[in-house]
Design a protein around this ligand. Structure first.
Ligand SMILES: Cc1cc2nc3c(=O)[nH]c(=O)nc-3n(C[C@H](O)[C@H](O)[C@H](O)COP(=O)(O)OP(=O)(O)OC[C@H]3O[C@@H](n4cnc5c(N)ncnc54)[C@H](O)[C@@H]3O)c2cc1C
Length: 505
């Protein structure tokens, strides 16, 4: 095999062609001053769609404004310009909120990323190429001069560098659902699957288990279709994602001068946290005090919260593992409802339906789900704490699982991750969220060595950095690792242009 012979161009294999994989490929070919060949291994027909942007429903929108969606931090206006050139924003009147912010449909991002990947297939400049290999990567073997990436049906790929961008796990059923419920026609196990609600008649009694953003999406879909049957959403604590800030919704004029989000992510840890010791309890107390101060001065909790959110990648790694685990056990659920906010149009639609009694939110634990024949309704047992525990039985025609993504099970179902772990090239993060990586996203192997030629980006680094889950944080992560990745490839990089960025969130 002559595969490891130096052909004068570096070969990079990116495993996973969702937002992260495409953002990496594009930033790389734009920055590197050499000809490189990037192969993105992705089983989906189109690059860029991944889990989040494969949504087909027009009511499934981004939960942040358009300017929080750049794939290249040096070209933050690109998406807006791309949309304007195609009339996407004019033709989507509901995308606008009174402040002028735009909340795009999620599938637009999938289309945009596909377009970008395609446009970089043969990049001008140094002649780098970006190729989609429509396949699943099954294994990565380390060789003396690089890596051998095995695929299901496209043979072996040679790589000088491998980027793992395997992304989010898919939703899975957890107790009290039984594994066989995944196949039952009255249980929607994967709410992210296109068309999964199509079989629900408009007069059906529907229970949504979970009250987060996916539940909001599903309720929006049903309401838009004119659903007239009973709609209920249940969660243990009854917590719901919070609304966007008054400035973003246009309910109040901006209070602080707009700062580009990328500059905030790269910026300083806010003073009210920096002066505290490294301790979650002290940070929470400091945040509460700062929120009180800001609210007294006429602002909203979003300002201090966002000041922390944008630098979580600097704060989280400072915490000892036991503190991280405690946060995840006790506080994450509260963090998440503030962190992952609602698209205003979906929030409005569901709240109006709630006021009209068309949707009911319940606070209870689902303790039993019993299915019968495919024509029979689903029996659901709830336990609510109202002074004492109260149990009740309910009948629904359909139950939709919106309990979240299966972060624990993802790795054990993905062959490439299983094999990399078995070979000792990856080590699970102590929090159980993804893998250990260095500050530059180098994979840490089973004996603690960082491999600069094997990098992990996006959600599988959530344990290490706390929160590279939103698109802009992934873009920022890719930006941070890029100089060192290019240096590892033995190449030089372009100095990015230093133009001021005007957009803010
Ligand atoms: C439902 C949902 C809505 C979201 N909405 C927003 C939003 O509004 N705004 C925002 O900023 N963020 C949002 N996010 C966050 C989102 O995770 C990121 O924006 C981003 O999409 C993550 O991209 P990714 O490429 O890392 O992961 P994914 O999108 O999960 O893509 C990973 C890809 O890797 C592929 N893959 C996995 N294993 C292999 C293998 N072995 N071989 C080959 N390919 C493989 C998969 O097929 C998949 O396409 C949302 C997330 C979800 C799940």
């Amino acid at each position: 095999m002559n595969d490891f012979i130096d052909r004068g161009e570096k070969r990079i294999v990116v495993i996973g062609g969702g937002f992260s994989g495409v953002a990496f490929a594009i930033q790389l070919v734009r920055r590197i001053q050499a000809r490189v060949h990037v192969s993105i291994v992705e089983p989906k027909k189109l690059l860029g769609h991944g889990l989040a942007y494969s949504a087909v429903d027009p009511d499934h929108r981004l939960n942040g404004p358009i300017n929080a969606m750049a794939i290249d931090p040096e070209n933050t206006d690109e998406l807006l310009e791309w949309c304007q050139a195609r009339g996407i924003i004019e033709n989507d009147l509901e995308a606008h909120v009174p402040s002028g912010h735009i909340f795009l449909r999620r599938f637009v991002i999938g289309e945009y990323l596909s377009y970008q990947a395609f446009s970089h297939a043969n990049h001008e400049g140094f002649g780098s190429t970006v190729q989609h290999i429509r396949d699943v990567a099954t294994d990565v073997q380390k060789k003396t001069n690089g890596f051998l990436v095995k695929t299901s049906s496209s043979g072996d790929l040679i790589a000088d560098m491998v980027i793992l961008a395997t992304g989010n796990p898919t939703p899975a059923l957890t107790k009290p659902f039984a594994p066989e419920h995944a196949e039952h026609p009255r249980i929607i196990a994967d709410p992210l699957m296109a068309g999964c609600l199509d079989q629900i008649p408009i007069d059906a009694r529907v229970l949504v288990v979970g009250t987060g953003l996916t539940a909001l999406d599903q309720l929006s879909t049903l309401l838009r279709r004119g659903h007239i049957g009973k709609l209920a959403a249940v969660s243990r604590r009854g917590l719901r994602p919070r609304a966007q800030s008054p400035e973003i919704r246009g309910l109040a004029p901006p209070r602080i001068s707009p700062i580009a989000i990328m500059d905030r992510i790269d910026g300083q840890i806010p003073d009210f946290i920096a002066r505290e010791p490294v301790n979650v309890r002290r940070w929470c107390r400091a945040l509460r005090q700062e929120i009180s101060r800001v609210v007294r001065a006429g602002g909203s909790w979003h300002e201090p919260f966002d000041a922390i959110r944008d630098v979580v990648w600097k704060l989280w790694p400072q915490l000892p593992l036991t503190e991280q685990q405690r946060f995840l056990r006790k506080l994450r659920v509260f963090w998440d409802v503030h962190r992952f906010r609602t698209p205003p149009m979906n929030d409005d639609m569901v709240r109006q339906a709630e006021e009209l009694g068309r949707v009911q939110y319940l606070t209870a634990n689902v303790i039993g789900v019993t299915t019968g024949a495919s024509v029979d309704p689903v029996q659901v047992e709830l336990e609510a704490r109202s002074g004492q525990m109260e149990r009740s039985r309910h009948e629904f025609d359909f139950v939709i699982n919106c309990t979240g993504l299966d972060s624990g099970g993802a790795a054990s179902r993905n062959p490439v991750l299983v094999n990399l772990e078995q070979r000792g090239l990856l080590r699970r993060h102590g929090t159980g969220m993804g893998y250990d990586v260095s500050g530059k996203c180098e994979a840490i192997d089973s004996v603690g060595r960082a491999d600069p030629n094997l990098r992990i980006i996006g959600p599988p680094t959530a344990g290490a950095f706390g929160d590279p889950l939103g698109a802009i944080y992934i873009t920022a992560q890719v930006k941070r690792l890029m100089p060192s990745a290019i240096a590892t490839l033995g190449c030089a990089s372009h100095a990015p242009p230093q133009e001021p960025r005007a957009l803010s969130t």
